[in-house]
Design a protein around this ligand. Structure first.
Ligand code: 3PY
Length: 319
């Protein structure tokens, strides 16, 4: 019997995971993560292992053809995948939730502390000889005693709350479609977005990007935010209307922002975001620890092997 063919749409899958897949499948590797290159390799495959920011669109799925039964993305978010077409064709789909919660939540805490304590501004001040201006010009915002709002209280949002609780947060608020049982132990309260916005001193964005959340954090939102609020986004740049955020940061409508995600990625080196003193930026490294990336690759591979073998995948997405 011939081994199923899988396209590894990534140039950065760990060798150990490729070995694991090789024992059961014929691997088709790519040299670069461009759509055209992927299109030239995808025809006839049974599985697609997706670990690139390139969009997995209808053209790629159609070009793969009728052999394709299983698509696994090495990410928690899947806004870059045409799940509508996958569903229509009855193709099985899985992502990698859970294994990255800790690393991404750590990044959220890093950005919250850095933005609230003006890490970037202080660093720039030292470099330009402005340190002498003194600490009175660099006063920050405390997490202790603050109200923390978490937009999207899934695994990552909850991991953020768990990490911040020992910082003596006074109240956690969260938004979502329904109350989460896990909220109870953190005394976190389900509220609507407007209430969260009005009350929160720290606002974390940890929800998926979809039609409902795209552009949700915009001019209207910043019109109601506390002027002392710190915004952290570890989800997707497109949830925020970036030009509105830049205006809000410049006009003092919010205190600071810490962003691991932005629009576009990679951020152009002349972006205005890079010039603002009250913004701390990391280049979408939320999940980028050695252990977490390996675990994501392993989970993707196990989903793939199970999907191709007709077994239940570990973390299927019900489309
Ligand atoms: O998994 C995701 O969705 C991320 O953005 C991190 O890689």
């Amino acid at each position: 019997e011939e081994k199923p063919k899988i396209l590894i749409a990534s140039t950065v899958v760990p060798e150990s995971v490729l070995e694991l897949l090789k024992s059961k499948c014929a691997l088709i590797l790519i040299k670069k993560e461009s759509k055209n290159h992927i299109l030239s390799k995808v025809q006839g495959v049974h599985g697609i292992f997706w670990a690139t920011k390139t969009h997995l669109d209808k053209e790629i799925i159609d070009t793969a053809g009728p052999n394709l039964t299983t698509v696994c993305t090495m990410s928690a978010g899947y806004d870059h995948i045409d799940t509508k077409t996958l569903k229509l064709k009855g193709i099985k789909f899985a992502n990698t939730p859970g294994v990255l919660n800790a690393a991404v939540a750590d990044t959220a805490v890093l950005l919250a502390l850095a933005a609230s304590r003006r890490l970037h501004e202080g660093r720039v001040d030292m470099e330009s000889g402005n340190w002498k201006n003194g600490l009175q010009t660099r006063l920050g915002i405390d997490i202790s005693g603050s109200i923390v709002g978490i937009i999207g209280f899934g695994g990552i949002g909850q991991a953020i709350a768990k990490r911040l609780a020992p910082f003596e947060v006074s109240q956690f608020l969260y938004t979502g479609h329904s109350e989460k049982p896990e909220a109870k132990s953190l005394k976190a309260k389900l509220v609507d977005l407007e209430t969260l916005n009005k009350e929160a001193d720290f606002i974390f964005i940890s929800c998926p990007l979809n039609n409902e959340t795209k552009g949700m954090i915009n001019k209207d939102f910043f019109g109601k935010t506390k002027k002392t609020a710190v915004l952290v986004n570890i989800a997707r740049g497109e949830i925020v209307v970036q030009k509105d955020l830049i205006k809000a940061l410049k006009r003092g409508k919010i205190f600071a922002a810490g962003l691991d995600v932005m629009t576009p990625e990679p951020l152009p080196s002349d972006s205005e975001l890079l010039k603002l003193p009250n913004v701390v930026l990391t280049p979408h490294i939320g999940s980028a620890t050695k252990k977490t990336r390996e675990q994501m690759a392993e989970l993707t591979a196990h989903n793939m092997l199970r999907g191709l073998g007709g077994e239940n995948m570990i973390s299927p997405v019900n489309l």
